[in-house]
Design a protein around this ligand. Sequence first.
Ligand code: SF4
Length: 463
Amino acid sequence: MSATFLGMPGNFPKNAEKAVQNSQLRFNLRKATHTIRGKRASVVGELPDWQELRAAGKAIKDHTLRNLDRYLVQMEEAVTRAGGTVHWARDAAEANRIVADLVKATGETEVVKVKSMATQEINLNDALAAEGITAYETDLAELIVQLGDDFPSHILVPAIHRNRSEIREIFLEKMPKVPDNLTDDPPALAEAARLHLRERFLKSKVAISGANFMVAETGTLVVLESEGNGRMCLTLPRTLISVVGIEKLLPSWRDLEVFLQLLPRSSTGERMNPYTSMWTGAVEGQDFHLVLLDNGRTDVLADEVGRQALRCIRCSACLNVCPVYERAGGHAYGSVYPGPIGAILTPQLRGMGSDLDASLPYASSLCGACYEVCPVAIDIPEVLVDLRAKAPHAAAERAGMKVAGWIFNDHTRLAKAQRVATRLRKLVPKRLPGPLSAWTDTRDIPDIPEESFRDWWERNERA
Ligand code: SF4
């Protein structure tokens, strides 16, 4: 059963400290992220109108989010008209209960799953296991994570932290019927996974999926993938249950066209992804259920700065360029959403009540590379700074910031404070005492000049 991050202890700096000591992990991450980042840059560079496409993606998402109530109802009506059933889930518990009840109603105890971040977010596999239902991941990387009883560490390549010899070991240990002479050649590993999964596809009567997009005008769901496993999963079983976050909606097919260009180029660095599956309601011989998941998204939508995170199309381009992610890896974020998008989405979805979630807005150097590559122009640094202000702070830090704010808000007060500081400059220690020492553990206090710029300017202007 694949593990989930819920209730994970620690905080980002502690988790990252451990991760950066793993040189194999750093090597795997660097190699993988630099390869994908290079491919992305080259296919994005082919489009002279990339910035216009990006602006269109942003505008479509903003329009949809502003009118989400209307488009969600339109989606429900369209799916129902096409023979599907729509369920509304306020939170993870409700979504898990709906899915478990639907599976139980079929009499089955096994389901196949095609990669879905929403179901990882709500910890569906464990919830199903508690009801005696076993969920089998069918996306190759998710399968590796599940068999290795591991955590996903990347949005697009959840097993990015594993190299091929580690994958071979996992297959030999956990995959029944795998030959002892299995090599770590990628085609051999892929073939072993294919044979393993084929059996599951043919046996399973229930499938659970996510979706990259939902088109409100016709009630159509869209999944983009590379392996074809998704299509098997979506078409073979008699019951299909799709769990989709409410922000995945697009008004029309015309809007979808923009995202079918933005997503493959930003995620896998391809002009077009190999498999695009679309379905509308129930087809003959198959029941279809759509579970629309909120789980904190409405609260995010209410936040003027933070709501832009809901534009995210989970391409993972921001992870692949992030210097912090490249060194710390995905597990340090303690969430199914790692990297820059995780640093702004997780604290908004889960709140900042835990040490881990309150530390995430600081998991960034604010270099802005994430914003530059984001295909829907999410200003991640802006949201990070906003969340830092909202994060819990120690009473001493809050008091210090209040005093600093009072001084900086008035030029006379600031001039006086600068003069006092220059007079006392010799007394300023190189390391701060007590709880303030955390500041000087990793940085030097800058030398205070003999004269402030303000005084220097005044003196020279007068001269
Ligand atoms: S924030 Fe932007 S770059 Fe990062 S995963 Fe989401 S859409 Fe992609």
